[in-house]
Design a protein around this ligand. Structure first.
Ligand code: PMP
Length: 398
């Protein structure tokens, strides 16, 4: 049965990590893979997580299955974190939230749910977007379409083009939007742009599907979720996939959530049953550990404040690295303006160089980034930022 299967090419980003690991240049820099790294180049376990794990371990009394939707304590904490305490839609019972397996698993369950609701739905994805969006959502069999999002000449959102493309949508359409820290561009919607997009959703009848994988990495927990909170208040239906991989550093624990904002509380109940049925047919029951840690942290004021300060630290480090890189490139006397990197949010930005310049950075300087010139800002550190800035200035000045 399997003998006729063709082998697939390696994932380009993972291939980059392997190539970087094999590189013996002591100055090598990995700006490829999308995980947070500290100054030492390590993706740490947060202190709040370590303490919560110790507490939870000591108190865990059973390994019997969790409730299929996750524990009530976890879900209540998540609703407060994602929608903000006392949100009108949550208070009205219009929000059905269940635990998911990371952001990816949550996106996939949401896509299967959308397909059940409307097998002719079309999902619009930003161009560019995180490549796995097309795989995760397209695997459900739904049609995909793409809307322009990033203007590579202006290094900013192509908002007018985006709105013009989405003006062609209708009630059967679902528009995937990144809540914050757009991957790969770092270009986020402003408050006014979220409002305009909401007005367009009302006018055209499309359903927004918001992917939040970096809450707290952009401007802070509340601002990063502003689009979700605003749309959930103004629109009849919103789909949200949320991940705790980055903001809690729980990557391998696979914890996230899916929330459906429905028109009424009774519709939300029906949708919840359907979501659980979708999940049952994929993985049956969610894993416990990551969600237990999130719940333990969010429900303990001391651990929560420790987590909040660690989250601030991660966000500040990213911001500081963005500023340092822009300054260091300017200090080389490079004529090209890279100040857009400072204005963008989260772990990623496009440097805005050609694939052959990306290649030159790799071969001549051992600086690794994907061909699109997307970099993970966290791969920088105070010890390599000048080296990277010199190298970028040198390849663009030729
Ligand atoms: N959405 C976006 C935009 C992402 O960048 C990622 C992770 N790279 C995810 C979702 C999913 O993350 P995970 O499954 O690891 O929680």
């Amino acid at each position: 049965m399997f003998e006729s299967m063709p082998s697939l090419p390696a994932d380009p980003i993972l291939g980059l990590t392997v190539a970087c690991r094999a590189d013996t240049n002591p100055n090598k820099v990995d700006l490829g893979v999308g995980v947070y790294k500290n100054e030492a180049g390590v993706t740490p376990v947060l202190k709040a997580v370590k303490q919560a794990e110790a507490q939870y371990d000591a108190s865990e009394a059973s390994k019997a299955y969790l409730p299929a939707q996750g524990t009530e304590g976890f879900l209540a904490q998540v609703n407060d974190l994602v929608f903000g305490e006392g949100h009108s839609a949550v208070a009205a019972g219009r929000v059905a939230t269940i635990q998911g397996t990371g952001g990816c698993g949550s996106l996939r369950v949401a896509a299967e749910l959308i397909k059940r609701a409307n097998s002719h739905a079309k999902i619009w994805i930003s161009d560019p977007s995180w490549p796995n969006h097309a795989s995760l959502l397209g695997s459900s069999g739904l049609d995909l379409a793409f809307y322009p999002y990033y203007d590579r000449d202006q290094q900013a959102i192509a908002f007018d083009q985006m709105m013009a493309a989405l003006a062609n949508t209708g009630p059967g359409d679902v528009v995937l939007v990144h809540a914050c820290c757009h991957n790969p561009s770092g270009a986020d919607l402003t408050t006014e742009q979220w409002q305009q997009l909401t007005d367009l959703a009302l006018a055209r009848g499309f359903t927004p599907f918001i992917d939040m994988a970096y809450q707290g990495f952009g401007d802070g927990l509340a601002i990063d979720a502003q689009g979700i909170r605003y749309m959930a208040d103004k629109l009849p239906e919103v789909v949200v996939a949320n991940s705790f991989s980055k903001n809690f550093g729980l990557y391998r624990e696979r914890v996230g959530t899916i929330s459906i904002v429905a028109q009424t509380a009774s519709q939300a109940d029906v949708v919840k049953g359907q979501m659980l049925n979708v999940a049952r047919a994929i993985y049956s029951m969610p894993p416990s550990h990551g969600a237990a840690i999130v719940e333990t942290i969010l429900s303990n004021p001391e651990l929560k404040s420790m987590w909040l300060s660690e989250l601030d630290e991660m966000r500040d480090r990213i911001l500081h690295l963005r500023q340092s890189l822009v300054k260091a490139i300017a200090n080389t006397g490079c004529e090209r303006d890279f100040s857009f990197i400072e204005r963008q949010k989260g772990m990623f930005s496009f440097v805005g160089i050609t694939p052959s310049q990306v290649e030159e950075l790799k071969t001549a300087y051992s600086i690794y980034m994907v061909d699109s010139s997307r970099i993970n800002i966290c791969g920088l550190s105070s010890s390599n930022v000048a080296y990277v800035a010199d190298a970028i200035a040198s390849v663009v000045s030729k």
